[in-house]
Design a protein around this ligand. Structure first.
Ligand SMILES: Nc1ncnc2c1ncn2[C@@H]1O[C@H](COP(=O)(O)OP(=O)(O)OP(=O)(O)O)[C@@H](O)[C@H]1O
Ligand SMILES: [Mg+2]
Length: 358
């Protein structure tokens, strides 16, 4: 292989580490899991794919790591085409799957040796890299114990260490904290930051936890039904909503001695009344409450209260909130991200399956 000159090295580093254009995956049977996705990831970023169950996150990762062939579209990873040069791509990336892939009957160190062997590293190099990655994920003391004696968080850390053994430029983490408690999740976030800051590893991760995307990722793509609904830094995405949120719950019936029969708190008429209040830029309904996007919550709240009262209604509750990524998700997709997280037993079922397999 010819050595690169300085200009070529600079050009290669300036190129996005991932660039994807109109990527599509239709599974046999017709499920359109990824439906024309385009985005770029810069070198050194922690980039998050945020979306509910079934959004197409794992399918996208599987195409990027060349384990699944796209139905259409193009993708370049670490400067190589995912369909033309899959081996070149694989040599440069690490991947930690959604399901924990460590072997319970082996020790932590033995698991890592196995991983290094799969990447064709020499014995000496594996030993050296094992020491480094065990230190990095804080498992040096327990490296000689069988994985069956590890906690869930320790297994996940070992799993992440396995994805690092060959020093990849880019690490794919599919739901790195799924089902872990909040303390363990925060520790994993610290390791992920450490990898980026100290080891210069670019991170592409998926999650359906919005706080995780918010606190950990430099940029986030919101994905739903196989499409990217919005993309940007968490603060850009939140600012994109256009202001603060007011949640207003109004008594069903207007109060007062003689409410006029044509006044209804429901429907388009009341919505346009709310939209007409100074500072209100958008009105939607969520869980029986009016959700108003306002330029300033502090200024708009008293105005809303007096306008609603002036119309003969009682405000049952009024809450002000700075937008979260959950609100961003709702803004772009028309439904809440949390619905998928909390209400389905899908997650518990999947964690159960994973334990059974381990
Ligand atoms: N091998 C497959 N064959 C057919 N359909 C599939 C296959 N794998 C996934 N799907 C479907 O593709 C869609 C996207 O699935 P995918 O696993 O990519 O979602 P995800 O965003 O990773 O979800 P989760 O948060 O549950 O991991 C879903 O409708 C899923 O049922
Ligand atoms: Mg998935």
């Amino acid at each position: 292989m010819r050595a690169m000159n300085a200009a070529e090295i600079r050009a290669a580093l300036a190129e996005p580490i991932i660039s994807v254009e109109d990527l599509v995956k239709v599974y046999r049977g017709g499920v359109r899991a990824v439906d024309g996705v385009s985005f770029e990831v810069k070198r050194g970023e922690i980039f998050g794919f945020l979306g509910p169950n079934g959004a197409g996150k794992t399918t996208t990762i599987m195409m990027l790591i060349t384990l699944l062939r796209p139905t259409a579209g193009r993708g370049r990873v670490c400067g190589r085409d995912i369909t033309v040069e899959p081996d070149e791509v694989r040599a440069r990336i690490g991947y930690v799957s959604q399901d924990i892939a460590v072997d319970d009957t082996l020790t932590g160190r033995e698991n890592l040796f196995l991983q290094g062997h799969l990447y064709h590293l020499t014995k000496d190099l594996i030993a050296e890299r094992c020491r480094e990655v065990l230190e990095m994920v804080d498992l040096t003391d327990r490296a000689g114990s069988r994985v069956s004696t590890y906690s869930g968080g320790m297994r996940k850390r070992l799993d992440i260490a396995g994805g690092l053994i060959h020093r990849p430029e880019l690490l794919f983490l599919d739901e790195p904290t799924l089902g872990l408690d909040i303390q363990t999740r925060r520790r994993i976030w610290d390791y992920i930051r450490l990898l980026r800051d100290r080891e210069n590893v670019t991170i592409f991760m998926t999650t359906h936890y919005m706080e995780e995307a918010d606190q950990l990722c430099d940029r986030v793509a919101i994905i739903d039904h196989g499409k990217v609904a919005a993309i940007g830094s968490p603060s850009e995405l939140k600012a994109g909503i256009g202001g603060d949120l007011l949640f207003v719950e109004v008594e069903e019936r207007p109060v007062g001695p003689a409410p006029s029969p044509d006044v209804s708190t429901e429907g388009a008429e009341f919505s346009s009344f709310l939209a007409g209040i100074e500072g209100v830029s958008r009105v939607t309904v969520q869980d029986g409450r009016w959700v108003l996007v306002v330029s300033s919550g502090e200024l708009a709240a008293p105005r809303v209260l007096s306008a609603v009262a002036g119309r003969g209604h009682t405000v049952r509750s009024l809450a002000m909130k700075k937008p979260t990524l959950d609100d961003v998700f709702l803004h772009y997709t028309g439904r809440a991200l949390r619905e998928d997280e909390g209400s389905s037993d899908f997650l518990r079922r999947r964690i159960g399956l994973r334990r059974a397999r381990a």
